[in-house]
Design a protein around this ligand. Sequence first.
Ligand SMILES: C[S@@+](CC[C@H](N)C(=O)[O-])C[C@H]1O[C@@H](n2cnc3c(N)ncnc32)[C@H](O)[C@@H]1O
Ligand code: SF4
Length: 394
Amino acid sequence: MAAIAPPNSAFAVYLHWPFCKAKCPYCDFNSFVAEQTPDPKAWLKAYQSELTHFAAFSPNRPVTSVFFGGGTPSLMPEGLVAGLLETIDRLWGFAEAAEITLEANPTSAEAARFAGYKAAGVNRVSVGLQALDDADLRFLGRQHSAAEGLAAWELARGLFDRASLDLIYARPQQSLAAWLAELDRALALKPDHISLYQLTIEPNTVFASDVRRGLWQPLDDEIAADLFLATRQRLAAAGLPAYEVSNHAKPGQESRHNLCYWRYQDYVGVGPGAHGRLTLNGQRWASRQHKAPPAWLALCNDQGHATRHWQNLEPDDAWQEALIMGLRLREGLPLARLEALAGRPVAALLDLAMIERLCQSGDLSLQGTEQARTLVASDKGIERLDAILGALVL
Ligand SMILES: C[S@@+](CC[C@H](N)C(=O)[O-])C[C@H]1O[C@@H](n2cnc3c(N)ncnc32)[C@H](O)[C@@H]1O
Ligand code: SF4
């Protein structure tokens, strides 16, 4: 049986900044509108304590990527970002060509900090444009206009080696033609990476209550499926093929950090509500930090970390997580990896007859050699991935 350790040495650090200017009506991420401006010194100290805590478990692993996610990390003072990167460098050191991404919202006040982030060591930004016209941005509850978004994008594109943009589509009543026209405008911005998310109505959001009260209806599922497939075709034709369900990139410009999650490699997660996965002595461990910012800060001060959940994953949990993540990727999932995590042959994990049927229907394919098989979902399969996963697992 192959070793359980990830096949390459990717080691990522995720830092969660949980504050936003306003709560967007569709968003269920762990994000809050701060009652008072967070104290950068206190936050630096708290993040440092969690980083130090996790470094004790996972020494001697050069960091291949860092991701400042949120929330709205472009509200972080530049000095805090610099201090955190210095801390990561001191604790682990960076691998060559480490990818350091910061998620940015494109208001003009935040764009004014971009140069400071670059000076701190950030080399990639992911800009949350979300839509390219003002009426849709208002519907999405965004704090920026289309013009402000474009100006922030141009600034980011000029400053950083690598820049990605995010859009939300399958908005209510959005037609295929209108979406493809917007997509073409986004492609004219020359991103090297683009994340395109179908609008999801998450429970306990303002949008969920709007829909419940009949104020508007989400886009019909079949139309949303058409938009999904047309999006993948258009992006492939433009030279940014999908490499994951919602992510598209020029070859070589894929997010190395997010690939680390989908390939089920190792990552440390610090900050309120952050998740991590580590392989320690051949065992897979899962971590989750306390979600509420005040409690997180207090726990970090009192005990040096705010770990709420630290669990040695059972092999059955580990291989199933790897399956769920890996099938999202266009490169697919090496079956040997599943066997290594499970400690059992693939025939004891997955319904092989079902795999064969799904290969015949064009939803899946088995690629590679007999000794090194990779299970790959097609565009059609990725569009109905949840149903496929449900059918595969024994
Ligand atoms: C955690 S958000 C943070 C990014 C940043 N704060 C922003 O708003 O641009 C990451 C991405 O998830 C997407 N997202 C969040 N909630 C969503 C939802 N309910 N439906 C579709 N996309 C969503 C947005 O496109 C967003 O850019
Ligand atoms: S979508 Fe982004 S800006 Fe809006 S509430 Fe969520 S994390 Fe904050």
